[in-house]
Design a protein around this ligand. Sequence first.
Ligand code: DGL
Length: 255
Amino acid sequence: MENTNNNPLVCFFDSGIGGLSLLYECVRILPRVDFTYFADNYRMPYGSLTHEKMLEYVDEAFSFIAAQNPAATVVACNTVTAQCVNYLRQKYKFNIVGIQPAIKPAAARGGKCLVLATPSTAQSQSLNLLAERYGCGVTEIHACPDLAAYIENNIANLSEKEVQKLLPQIEADSVVLGCTHYVFIKEIITDFYNCPVFDGIEGTAAHLAEILGIFDHRAQRGQKISFKGGDFTKNRVIFNRILVEKGHLSQNIEI
Ligand code: DGL
């Protein structure tokens, strides 16, 4: 592997494993960037925390992140984006990219658009403003209080039946995943609602690439990916699983 000293570093933050699919997409489209994934698995779900408690935990994580001197940081958590991204952008000088539910492309299809999110995101001003602005047709926001924790705690053995019990029984013409943990059950959700399901992954990854201004993607050299905070071993194992599932077996990735 070539020396990677000159790669810019991008940090990620999520409460747990939710942000790993977005990390994969960023690793895929930005092979000249190193990544460090910070998580707080033992204290999730963030979606049920008070605003004050969430700020306290996020502040702790971001003090570690700021010490890495990143070129940018991705908030790979809809809940933290909804509740804390304005605060973080005021406090830190590096670029902060936050994932947001993909309401715009889903609602543009017309019909009823169902947004599934954590309780904290569901009641947030930012999600409700987004729905008001782009939710042409009918947009319904539903909180799934126990779903993110179920996915986090059962990732090795997700049960379709158990997941279905945690989903609202509603007819929909499109579904928007308003929590990054839900990407792990995208197929179950697609079958359950029998309609297209949208996540904000590709859009957020493209936004990061635009901010970094790195266009020489084909000139690959080695990239380093590390995992810190929370259950970092679990996060690394699940990320490796995603790499295998996607058939991404690059010799150039050092984990
Ligand atoms: N993955 C996070 C999100 O996108 C939330 C999970 C949690 O409640 O901690 O909202």
